[in-house]
Design a protein around this ligand. Structure first.
Ligand code: DX5
Ligand code: ZN
Length: 219
């Protein structure tokens, strides 16, 4: 399992937190961009965030919690992100948004809120590269992992196998040393406060990777 680190909740500024993450063995930097419309919080200004994220050497995994995600793609593509994920609930133009991302050579992620049925993803699963399963309500870091997540993950794993699809599965929210084992079959775990509210980021990543390695070894 890979670890994508979210800088959303931290003791430090965005700049310092991103810089500290860059020094770790994190597989991705997870950038949560919230517009104050799709979710209540607003945490970015596009002119400030682009230069900030341009500096990082870790592959970028952008999570758009915004209405009308398509309008952000022309500027975000400058960052050459590996993934841009947008929400199923945020636009009527899902196919068009997928096409625009593909034309920009960016891998496509689709996410859904915890109460949206996994079945609603079905029409898009063969066109996308990643499904981001929210294990908390989108909009803030530091929330508790929702107990319906393992069942939702299982449904998605079953679809992937049954229809022979290739999308990766990422789980986001409330992941720590107690909850990571509940999503052991996911490909990528997004982890925010468990890493960025600790003194030693790398130590936290190592603890999570050790838990996963132990599970793999025993199974
Ligand atoms: C929530 C964000 C998450 C969040 C993860 O809206 O999408 O990426 O920052 O943070 P923790 O790990 O603190 O739940
Ligand atoms: Zn996120």
């Amino acid at each position: 399992m890979q670890i994508s680190v979210s800088y959303l909740t931290s003791f430090y500024s965005k700049e310092k937190t991103i810089n500290l993450i860059t020094k770790t063995t994190a597989d991705y930097l997870h950038a949560d961009l919230m517009d104050g419309l799709f979710v209540a919080n607003k945490n970015f200004n596009i002119n400030e965030i682009v230069p900030l994220l341009k500096e990082t050497k870790i592959p970028l995994d952008i999570h758009l919690m915004v209405l009308d995600p398509i309008i952000y793609i022309p500027i975000l593509k400058e960052l050459k992100p590996e993934y841009i994920t947008f929400h199923l609930e945020a636009t009527k133009d899902i196919i068009k948004t997928i096409q625009v991302l593909k034309e920009a050579h960016i891998k496509v992620g689709l996410s859904l809120k915890p109460e949206t049925e996994i079945l609603e993803l079905m029409p898009y699963l063969s066109f996308i590269d990643l499904v981001l399963v929210m294990s908390v309500e989108p909009g803030a870091g530091g929330q508790e992992f929702l107990p319906n997540t393992p069942e939702r993950l299982k449904t998605l794993l079953n679809y992937r196998e049954k229809y022979n699809l290739n999308f990766k599965i990422e789980v986001d929210g409330g992941i720590n040393n107690n909850t990571i084992s509940l999503i052991k079959e996911a490909d990528i775990a997004v982890v925010g406060s468990y890493i960025c509210k600790a003194k030693n980021y790398e130590l936290q990543i190592t603890k999570l990777k050790n838990i996963i390695n132990d599970i793999d070894y025993l199974s």
